[in-house]
Design a protein around this ligand. Structure first.
Ligand code: AVI
Length: 325
């Protein structure tokens, strides 16, 4: 008999022309910018996985600690026989580690690339035959519209949305509000008991924050610089990585860690008939990682349409897991 296979959908149409236009526009801004979505090519994804193992990068490990130390209280909120929607599932490891306490009826892994999910989901389906495993390739930062074939799973069961790893930090507060609103609307389509579990990185001392984004081994520097190789391959530009250095600093006013690439000398970058002069020390802004307080994030959840908010933190209050229904 053939093994049960995961159901796979690819509704993410990568628009290469739009990406090229976006890159050019960003590079020509007075403060040059690149969207952090360009970090995640094959090498960039591996470098990010390495970042999560660094002693300086506390978010991943602290999130896991909170789940482990406060497991029974947290899991008491998870609806039974639910459809889990794992946003930005990646390797699916974080969500799957929670299966032992509460088993979902359906597990829907959503990520930008369905290819990246496919192998993991095949293994998962083979291991958990009682769970319906689904993979969706979707850019959920703009819309959260699911294939019609999943209507039954989204309406007949409670929904548990998972957004782990403090990824909401890469949205500015306005975009975070709209994104949370879309998740709240999604939860409303599910049966009573539906809700969201989300990991949020908290404001803390500047040294801890900046070290998390400028580790001694230079892995985050490599992750940041790798974006220039990606831009060279998408645009045909001639960025020389040796001309640039990684910078990470906490912007207190905006409550965000900013990553930049800083020019080591006066230089010119060329692509497709365009060019941009960079003066020594001028930067390209590559990422924002917003840090929240418990109070600010609780009110953000309420504004976005959630209620019954609970949160759990680690002993140092570096990180929080929020539940909202
Ligand atoms: C994916 N995201 C939550 C990470 C963060 O902390 O903002 C990306 C990252 N950038 C540098 N280190 C990690």
């Amino acid at each position: 008999m053939q093994d049960k296979q995961p159901l796979l959908f690819d509704i993410h149409q990568e628009n290469k022309d739009a990406n090229v236009q976006e890159l050019i526009q960003g590079l020509l801004c007075t403060q040059a910018i690149l969207s952090p979505k360009y970090f995640y090519d094959e090498l960039g994804s591996v470098l990010f996985d390495a970042i999560t193992l660094l002693p300086e990068y506390y978010p991943t490990r602290t999130e896991l600690q909170i789940f482990t130390h406060q497991a029974s209280e947290i899991h008491a909120h998870f609806p039974k026989h639910a459809t889990w929607i794992d946003l930005g599932a990646g390797s699916c490891q974080k969500a799957v580690s929670l299966f032992s306490s509460t088993m979902p009826a359906t597990y829907v892994a959503v990520d930008i690339s369905v290819e990246y999910l496919t192998n993991n989901l095949r293994d998962l389906q083979a291991k958990y035959a009682a769970v319906s495993v689904v993979g969706i390739g979707m850019d959920f930062s703009n819309s959260l519209t699911f294939p019609a074939a999943l209507q039954e799973q989204l309406t007949a069961n409670p929904i548990l949305a998972l957004y782990l790893g403090s990824s909401l930090g890469n949205f500015n507060p306005t975009d975070a509000f709209y994104f949370l609103q879309r998740i709240a609307d999604l939860c409303k389509t599910g049966q009573p008991g539906s809700g969201l579990i989300i990991g949020i990185d908290l404001v803390k001392d500047v040294d801890t924050l900046e070290r998390a984004y400028a580790d001694d081994l230079g892995v985050t520097a490599a992750f940041n610089l790798n974006v220039l190789r990606r831009v060279n391959s998408l645009l045909g530009s001639d960025f020389d990585l040796l001309d640039w250095q990684h910078i990470a600093r906490f912007n207190v006013q905006e409550s965000r860690v900013e990553m930049h690439l800083q020019a080591k000398r006066d230089l010119v970058v060329n692509w497709q008939g365009h060019q941009r002069h960079f003066k020594k020390d001028e930067t390209i802004h590559t990422e924002n990682s917003y840090k929240w307080t418990i109070e600010n994030f609780s009110s953000q959840l309420i504004k976005s349409g959630f209620s019954n908010i609970r949160h759990w933190t680690d002993t140092k209050s570096h990180y929080a897991l929020f539940w909202a229904s």
